[in-house]
Design a protein around this ligand. Structure first.
Ligand SMILES: *Cc1c(COP(=O)(O)O)cnc(C)c1O
Length: 396
């Protein structure tokens, strides 16, 4: 039985390899941090993790996870509504609501699930979902699972968004959906303008804060802080897998009735296991830290400004960024791979992205800054970038 499909899969795999698109995974043998050890024994500086606040390996989180293991055990062996809800799940939900200034929060195994389980319970044939073209794959999949009509608008293009809103006026409900930060360019959604359009056309607003929460806004409360619309966005989704400790876990936070109906009807919540206590315990500690200090956000913002200024001074072309993502533009796919390999030899670990992950002819190296980077790490990266940039003739 396996014979036919095996041959088919082998063909597909060779096509992927021939196109140079086969993804090889590099093996790390240390914990996630600014400095990591690869299985080759080489130590490198890590500039491609979503570890924005440098919390992935923070001793206080490790200790909070251990104490939740001791108090609440290893696994929940249940979904939330049967016997998978503990006091600490409720406490984490409350802390996330406080962080975002929302009514209530529902936890998921991942933000992929939060986005996969948001549309189908809320919207059906009579409704319209209006989505930014660059929204995350999990939003695209979530939208597909609902019966609502779909419209798309060009990335952060408010004129196009308004056109789509006008086309949707005959619908029962309309919702505008956007990422807070777009992960390939590091640009932000102008959520204040989106909220204004939503008011004008009586639409709901949903923002996915995965790359913006902990990062954007003076205290890292995300795009609603940056654009001063806290409390005006109806639905926020986010992850515990990026700035907030980098383990696993997602959430939807927002209006009371929306969260309530998700607890009743959202399929990835109803039919998937509850988050393990260790993750929940560490999650609580993260949001306690967020309420006590902004030192991690402050360091991240300092590091990002420093890196961006230095890379511009060196003569590189970058996408204008409003986040902790800095896209260093090389335009050519092969060049981006060659550049990343040379950087690795210099001890700088980054990833080169090219078509179809980014538009054709827009190949780049994506640098992700972290609060865990020290100034000497940033200087070492800039020196390596400059050296290779000169060698390959890409500096202005
Ligand atoms: C990473 C990411 C997700 C998925 O989050 P997980 O918790 O890892 O599933 C969803 N949306 C956006 C915008 C992301 O960047």
């Amino acid at each position: 039985m396996y014979g036919n499909i095996r041959e088919h899969l082998q063909n597909e795999l060779s096509k992927i390899r021939e196109a140079g698109l086969y993804k090889n995974e590099r093996i790390i043998v240390s914990s996630q941090d600014a400095v990591i050890m690869l299985d080759s024994g080489k130590e490198v500086l890590n500039f491609c993790a979503n570890n924005y606040l440098g919390l992935s390996n923070h001793p206080e989180l490790i200790s909070a996870a251990k104490s939740a293991l001791d108090s609440h055990g290893y696994g929940m062996s249940s979904v939330r509504f049967i016997c998978g809800t503990t006091d600490i799940h409720k406490e984490l939900e409350k802390r996330i609501s406080n962080f975002f200034g929302t009514d209530d929060t529902i936890l998921y195994a991942a933000c992929f699930d939060a986005n996969g389980g948001i549309f189908e319970p809320l919207f059906s044939e009579e409704d319209v979902i209006i989505s930014d073209v660059l929204n995350h794959a999990s939003i695209i999949d979530g939208v597909r699972l609902s019966k609502a009509r779909r419209l798309r608008y060009k990335n952060v293009d408010m004129i196009d968004l308004e056109d789509q809103l006008q086309k949707s006026l005959d619908s029962r409900f309309r919702v505008i959906v956007t990422d807070g930060v777009f992960s390939m360019d590091g640009n932000v959604a102008p959520i204040d303008e989106i909220v204004r359009l939503a008011e004008k056309y009586d639409a709901l607003v949903m923002v996915d804060e995965c790359h913006s929460a902990g990062v954007v806004g003076d205290t890292g409360r995300g795009v609603t802080e940056k654009f001063k619309v806290r409390g005006e966005v109806d639905i926020i989704t986010g992850t515990l897998g990026k700035a907030f400790g980098g383990a696993v876990g997602g959430f939807t936070t927002g209006r009371k009735e929306i969260i309530d109906i998700l607890r009743q009807r959202s399929r990835p919540y109803l039919f998937s296991n509850s988050l393990p206590p260790a993750v929940v315990g560490a999650g609580i500690r993260i949001f306690e830290i967020m309420a006590e200090t902004t030192e991690f956000q402050d360091r991240l913002h300092w590091n990002t400004n420093y890196f961006v200024n230095k890379i511009l001074e060196a003569g590189f072309d970058i996408k204008p960024t409003k986040s902790a993502i800095c896209a260093v533009m090389l335009y050519d796919a092969k060049l981006s791979q060659h550049f990343a390999n040379l950087l690795l030899k210099e001890g700088i670990y980054v990833t080169g992205f090219y078509y179809p992950v980014v538009p054709d002819g827009q190949a780049r190296i994506r640098v992700q800054l972290s609060a865990s980077h020290k100034k000497e790490h940033l200087d070492k990266a800039i020196t390596a970038f400059t050296k290779i940039g000169k060698e390959l003739g890409v500096l202005k």
